[in-house]
Design a protein around this ligand. Sequence first.
Ligand code: FRU
Length: 753
Amino acid sequence: MDRKWRQNLHIEAPEGWLNDPNGLCYFDGFYHVYFQYSPGTPKGEATRCWGHYVSTDLLSWKYKGIVLYPDIPEDRNGVFSGSAVAFNDHIEFFYTGNVEEEGPYDYVLEGRGANVITVTSSDGDKMSAKKVLLKNSDYPDFCSCHVRDPKVWIENGIYKMVLGARTVDDKGSVLLYEGASPDSFRYAGSLTIPDMGYMWECPDMFTLEGKTFLALCPQGTKRGEFSFQNIFHSGYFNLDGEKLSGFEEFDYGFDFYAPQTFIAPDGRRLLIGWMGIGDDAYTNPTIGLGWQHCLTLPRELTVSPEGKLLQNPIRELESLKRSSRKIEGEAWESLPFEVSAAGFADRATVTISGASVSWDKESGILSLRLNEEGYGRKVRNLKLSSLENVLIIADRSSLEIYINNGLYVMSTRFYPEYRQVRVATEGASAEVARLRLNDTLIAIGEALIDFIPDKKGCEFYEVGSFSPATGGAPANVCGAFSKLGGKARMITQLGNDPFGDVITRTLNDAGVDTSCIRYTSAANTALAFVSHTVEGKSTYSFYRNPSADMLFEASDVTSEMLDDCYALHFCSVSLGDFPMKDAHRAAITIARRQGAIVSFDPNLRFMLWDDKEELKHVIQEFIPDCDILKISDEELEFITGTSVIEEALPSLFTGNVKLVILTKGKDGADAYTASVKVASAGRAVNVVDTTGAGDGFIGSFLWKLKSSGIGREEVSSCPVSILKECLDFANRFSAISVQRKGAIPSYPELKEM
Ligand code: FRU
């Protein structure tokens, strides 16, 4: 998959189509975001499911897979939008089961079913059986068959629910339900107001700072001079008893719809919307790349002195800010970044690539204009009495423009060709700050199929059959990082063959991002047949003459592949005299430029080298390029000429090397920086299979290092206590791994640790 235009800070579907955010909640230490998902169809033709993302910090999101499919008659045409209520030990979900009958129906008054369905989950992923709570016959008579998008919350111990509806005479309406439990929901009235369209979707009701708001998405509102500029809209009323007043749009840009709010553990009310709209005239060029749409960044809601909602980017974003600088006229900056502007002259403009925000005090109009980078998006105008400040969050293909402390927001997709864009200001003072999200472990090198022998303690020719298992050290390292809950991405090339398919599937199942795997017909996926003799010696027979991974070239490496890189990890198997070696160099150069850690585990495989001196030479060549070097006691002498680590260290601390980790099998591991040594004792365990144990060690070490907040700049001065924790963690991780068969399947998840 081409990663061009992939966002860094925003939730996107792994591929295919995404629309509304659903089921937003905080549960069991994680923020959970579900979303309307049509996998495989970037234009959204496939029936909607719910995809699932989790995060501990609202910044770094990890995809967990599809959790709800249309699989009962009552939701057979789509698991539509809905919400979640989180308890201590489980989550309750409520969604619309969409049904479209076959026949000559109009699907407004006849032929369409909209069922309120509930499921529960104790982990956010595995769902209970579905239970239908309400069917169309349960809704009031004035409703058409369009009734959907349950938003449920608990107030004073009572379950409350709002549903969006279209009445039989084509008016938007919100239905209220209440009950002591979801089973006893009963209709408790409806809310509506004249001239607000024919349908209200995605309602939300909440009280903030003593004021009650009813949010909803009206369809069919009349376009005004400065209002309702899109095809469908989204906004909120103030709600006083049953009286709705003062509708305000949430967003005045091109791309915003179907927001939902929820409460963070610290009490903040956060809003996430879909940064897209159905059926609009403009397009998104990512369709051609296999996916479409993203969600907005989470916004913090507060109330202005006038009783309006203020939306501002979550404060967590502050932690991503790097190298803030004033823009003098113009600057070139690499997306994603934040621009804050104030001190506006009577006419002022802030330009980011092909998008400009311009202010004209005389007319009081703030305009957002896009050139061809808008793919059909041209201009949106906003009328203001004054312009105080503008805060723009620019990601790879979107802008969110917060105006006057968040009283107005304009969101839009835009598609600059390159990540490096021109930022310019006129008549305003502005500052730009890089936003860096270094959260992904990226490994480059081989992913292959290990063929595991059916019996051990025999010669290779005595093995009867071999079973396939996904392996390759870099792939295993990704698997370890990912199983612990981290984000990992594999860069390699596989053959267009069934074994390549097996590897992709296994990595996907382990949660590894496979979007940067290339496929070729010029060679097959690498294979390795293994046997274990009585003396415990392993014999490998590699099928790599050449294999697809070896043919991956430097020119195949794009900077997008290294997006969000926390650490780039590589080994020596792919450093032979073939194109993949230069691909490593290219990836290391980009990772360095992005401030990522470079991690190297030589992981010697002598049988792959005709000339061992060449192997030694290439390892010595690559060591100075890494920040973290992991070697095993068995490799030390070959690489350095001495088996005494203290004697070897001076030759290992060359170039960028800041940390050397020595693994000693059952005797534990040691870590050395230039100034300190930390040791972690081994543990006696019943060894079943050591396959991938070393990869699990470094993968889990890097995961723990990242979780401890240690980035490249902190590695050399990393506190001893943190180093010790990371080593102990990795030791425990690999001790669990060796007690089970295989590499990735043997790795524990975080809860087991
Ligand atoms: C809003 C919406 C919802 C519906 C969902 C289906 O964008 O139309 O009303 O539940 O999308 O994907």
